[in-house]
Design a protein around this ligand. Structure first.
Ligand code: SF4
Ligand code: SF4
Ligand code: FES
Length: 963
């Protein structure tokens, strides 16, 4: 809620007047005044249940009441003139007794606890004054569980606040985690050992106020929290653009935590964003340049690059951009080769979707997560949002509670009274419908979630459009049941005050998206007053960013390859794009048509394999830039740690290419210089240089750690107590770049919103965000604009997909993008390949039912086999004829006009398939172990550069410490 809409009243706390909002409970009101009131079970997003009894205050009837009564602040509304005691004896004593009781069983293992240093329980214990342990009995102990790859479990630390189960089950809809009790033993976990199934399990680590749930990947390469240097970043896995804070130590990434942003991700991240940072450290990182001879042992120079490229000077170049590279790198490259020779890196199908999507964004503002949460009707069209954009699915789940909130409101019960609202709401939910071809985790919440073929989805959308546009709905080739359901859906949508339609790109059908757009326009035309929202989700972190660089004539990757066939292009530069949907033969056409193929990327892939020249690029944590999220908001990510030479940010390499190939005289050495250059070179470039947008007091660099952590440990204390500063940060500070600074001095959290952590005096955990008004974001965003594009060949694409057996890929969040697949832990999460088909479809195809099927993928004329693989058969007789879906080994993204044949897999093929699946699991385990040992080995050599050469001299003289 923005500050402007808050209703404020005056309340008296310990006889002093305070202006407090009535939109939340008394606890939130007290905290908003920067006052210290301990609590455990309340959470700003999950509301109050009064489970812990920690937030007691004394409420007085009036100024003459000297006795008062104890109330729980988290369940007490704020009323004008109310008087409460915070520092009075009885409530202080009560709070101390509560924490004393909690601590009887809590182990005093802070020195070895992963939560130590940012533990809410530590803070609250100190705050209440509990310091002496009088309990002499044995502590209650539990057996811990194996909860899978991501989350560790240490149940002895539990203080039974119930936050974990409330988040996992009530908030995120997880079903495999609960609370189990016997006498005074209450257990929070699964029924048995096993991987937590929720896509949001990692939030347990942040939600639990103690160290019961820990980040296993962080613990594996552990560092104390106060030794982390952090920078604000943006998740690079999907288009939601969740704000993260990435922590580094000795030049390697250690963990990702949520960075609160009231407008985007709020308090929560999905597991892909939290645990999917391992690609930065993966074994296939490209650490040397290919095709360029290095002349000096000191490293690759600009001269080396110029020499390698001298033959191609004055040649005609085209370029392929990327939805995972920064907006700056894409725009810079486009400005070099020209609009007509720059593909934004999308396949033909994706480009058609992108064009419709950009038209949609010119007409409709995409809703924020808060707006999604406020919806009173939801229609999801052909997008498994839990897998493709998990944070949006979490928001949709909250929208389902609005019926209950409304019912409670009629009884005078506020929305933050969580357990009361749930009781009143019962089974009633906001109506949600899904028109889709694959099952999803939201199906249980939907009024309608039957699986439909894409053709039936299109027909259903036509029907809805006709109803909204008040046209005839006769002669639709739909069953009576389907028609009555669509009638009901449309009526409910038209009656809703804030209806929401969600769709995306994963169905790969541009016609579906264009019909969604038509319905949205008809709804808007019919009811201008309605608070209608249309949310379209793109696949990658910067898909919407590259859309802003498109125009009507932007070629798809396939079109650019065809252009190269006509000898119009001598060389192609591929920016951070694996082109993984291209077959081997298509790739060889790409390579053979041009004299030189130059690839920039951070890890090996099929493009870098065939490229003549490969330039090792930095990952998102190693560079600066902007991504544009699904709403069109431009968001900044900052360099977190130092990059190993010769790895450089893509824009740096592009600057080298500009000088070597395009006769540019601009030598851009800093991100600020790049931003200023782009501002001059590109019409309508929106991004300001950092030094122009930061306040003067931040211009010398914001420390990358909290004030509390100032003067943390120094690994090289035998040489100097000062922490080594990275060369990069020194350069930036010298050039007055207002970046984040590697410093021994912590940040007090007051200077700028983009700090990578929150901290308040006495509050060292992430709960400090709730102190004061820090969490009330008044941030303004720059929004990119889009050129209007006509959407071509939509009907063609749809027809191509309608022939023969139709296979719809079932997305899986850990497998969705290439960077996610580089994480060995995500590989270990892979389900066995399977295909679901109805038995009548198998009969029609004359394929016998057997445990495993062989799937052959050919081109549209069935003339050339593209690939084949084996998958487990799952018979689902609810599926319409000719529709199949599944999670398969091959990535079919971006493919059109493909044909699928099924046959029985032979015994050898099944054997080989099982062998491969087992080998893959072993491979991921080995990768995980190797990555870890490499990282630990690197730590021994302190890979950060000391700014002072004398340090090296000193270290030589003294035996070098650890170095
Ligand atoms: S495990 Fe953590 S969040 Fe869950 S009840 Fe115990 S202390 Fe609370
Ligand atoms: S993958 Fe998407 S939803 Fe998940 S944290 Fe990243 S941006 Fe957010
Ligand atoms: S925070 Fe109020 S009872 Fe737990």
């Amino acid at each position: 809620m923005s500050k402007a809409t808050e209703n404020k009243v005056t309340i008296y706390i310990d006889d002093k007047p305070y202006e407090v909002s009535t939109d939340n409970n008394l606890l939130a009101g007290v905290l908003s005044q920067n006052l210290n009131l301990p609590y455990f079970c309340w959470h700003p997003s999950m509301g109050s249940v009064a489970a812990c009894r920690q937030c007691a205050v004394t409420q007085y009837q009036d100024e003459n009441d000297e006795r008062g009564r104890l109330v729980m602040a988290c369940t007490t509304p704020v009323t004008d003139g109310m008087r409460i005691g915070l520092g009075d004896k009885s409530s202080s004593k009560f709070r101390e007794q509560v924490i004393t009781a909690m601590m009887t069983n809590h182990p005093h293992d802070c020195p070895v606890c992963a939560e130590g240093g940012e533990c809410h329980l530590q803070d609250m214990t100190v705050m209440t004054g509990h310091s002496v342990r009088t309990y002499k009995g044995q502590k209650r102990t539990y057996q811990n569980q194996h909860l899978g790859e991501f989350v560790g479990h240490e149940m002895n630390r539990c203080i039974t606040c119930y936050r974990c189960v409330r988040f996992y089950k009530d908030y995120a809809g997880g079903e495999d985690f609960g609370v189990y009790g016997s006498r005074n033993k209450v257990y929070f976990g699964r029924q048995s050992n096993g991987q937590l199934e929720s896509e949001f399990s990692g939030n347990l680590v942040e939600v639990c106020p103690t160290g019961v749930f820990t980040n296993k990947l962080f613990s594996a390469h552990f560092t104390r929290k106060w030794d982390l240097q952090s920078a604000p970043s943006i998740c690079s896995h999907c288009s939601v653009g969740c704000n993260t804070s990435v922590g580094e130590r000795y030049g390697s990434v250690r963990r990702v935590v949520n960075r609160f942003n009231d407008d985007i991700n709020g308090y929560f991240l999905c597991d892909v964003g939290r645990f999917g940072i391992g690609f930065v450290n993966n074994l296939s990182r490209i650490r040397t340049a290919k095709g360029i001879a290095q002349q000096s042992p000191l490293g690759l120079s600009e001269l080396d690059v110029a020499k390698a490229l001298v033959h191609y000077r004055h040649k005609k170049f085209a370029a392929i951009g990327s939805s995972r590279a920064s907006l700056e790198a894409n725009a810079y490259l486009q400005s070099l080769v020209g609009l007509d020779k720059f593909s934004v890196g999308l396949a033909k199908n994706d480009l058609a979707l992108a064009k419709i999507h950009s038209n949609i964004l010119t007409k409709f503002d995409a809703p924020s997560i808060k707006q999604i949460e406020a919806s009173d009707f939801v229609l999801i069209v052909a997008e498994d949002i839990t897998q493709t954009s998990p944070r949006i699915a979490l928001a949709v789940r909250q929208a389902l509670k609005n019926v209950a909130i409304k019912k409670a409101d009629l009884l005078g019960i506020p929305s933050w009274q969580d357990s009361a609202v749930r009781t009143i709401g019962g089974e009633d939910k906001t109506p949600m419908y899904a028109l889709q071809s694959t099952p999803t985790k939201l199906d249980k919440e939907s009024k309608y979630s039957d699986l439909l073929s894409p053709q039936t989805i299109l027909l259903s959308l036509d029907f809805i459009l006709a109803r909204v546009a008040e046209q005839s709905t006769k002669d639709f080739d739909l069953t009576e049941d389907q028609i009555s359901l669509l009638e009901q859906l449309t009526n409910e949508m038209l009656a809703a005050k804030s209806p929401l339609i969600v769709s995306g790109w994963s169905h790969q059908n541009a016609l579906i998206l264009s019909k969604v757009e038509a319905i949205a326009s008809a709804l808007k035309a019919r009811n201008e007053q309605s608070d209608f929202q249309l949310c379209v989700l793109a696949p990658s972190a910067n898909s919407v960013g590259v859309m802003s660089l498109m125009n009507e004539d932007t070629p798809s990757v396939e079109a650019l390859i065809s252009l190269s066939k006509n000898n119009d292009i001598d060389g192609i530069i591929v920016l951070e794009n694996t082109l993984e949907w291209l077959s081997e033969s298509e790739l060889s056409v790409l390579k053979d048509n041009v004299e030189v193929l130059i690839a920039l990327d951070h890890s090996e892939n099929q493009t870098t394999e065939i490229a003549d020249i490969v330039l090792p690029a930095a990952t998102v944590t190693e560079g600066d830039g902007h991504f544009v999220n699904y709403q069109g908001y431009i968001q900044r990510f900052y360099q977190v740690h130092v990059v190993d030479s010769p790895i450089r940010e893509s824009w740096h390499w592009i600057n080298s290419l500009a000088q070597s190939l395009f006769n540019s005289s601009h030598k851009l050495t800093t991100f600020t210089a790049l931003t200023r250059y782009l501002g001059e070179a590109i019409d309508g470039w929106l991004i300001k240089a950092d030094s122009d947008s930061f306040s003067p007091e931040t211009a010398s660099g914001i420390p990358r750690q909290t004030h509390r952590n100032s003067g943390r440990t120094s690994q090289s204390a035998n040489i100097t107590v000062h922490e080594g500063k990275s060369l990069t940060s020194c350069q930036q500070v010298n050039e007055n770049e207002p970046q984040f600074n590697f410093s021994m001095e912590g940040h007090d959290g007051s200077q700028c919103q983009d700090v990578p952590f929150s901290w308040a005096p006495g509050w060292n955990s992430n709960q400090s965000i709730n102190q004061g008004s820090l969490h009330q974001s008044d941030k303004t965003y720059e929004k990119v604009s889009f050129a209007h594009c006509e959407s071509q060949s939509l009907a063609d694409d749809a027809t191509q997909q309608s022939e023969g057996l139709l296979f719809v890929r079932q997305p899986r969040c850990f497998n969705e993008d290439w960077q996610a697949r580089l994480n060995p832990e995500f590989g270990l999460m892979k389900n066995e390949s399977h295909i679901c088909v109805a038995s009548k479809t198998l009969d029609l195809l004359d394929v016998e039912q057997s445990e495993y099927l062989k799937i052959t993928l050919s081109d549209e004329n069935d003339t050339a086999e593209i690939s084949h693989w084996v998958a487990k058969l799952v018979v689902d007789d609810e599926l319409p004829n000719n529709l199949s879906y599944g999670q398969l080994a091959n990535n079919l993204c971006g493919k059109t006009g493909i044909s699928i044949q099924l046959s029985i897999a032979s015994e050898e093929e099944v054997k080989e398939f099982k062998h491969q699946e087992t080998e893959q699991q072993k491979h991921y385990r080995n990768q995980q172990a190797q990555m870890l040992s490499q990282l630990k080995e690197r730590d021994q050599f302190i890979p950060i550069r000391m700014s002072n050469d004398a340090f090296y001299e000193a270290s030589k003289g003294q035996g070098g410490g650890n170095g």
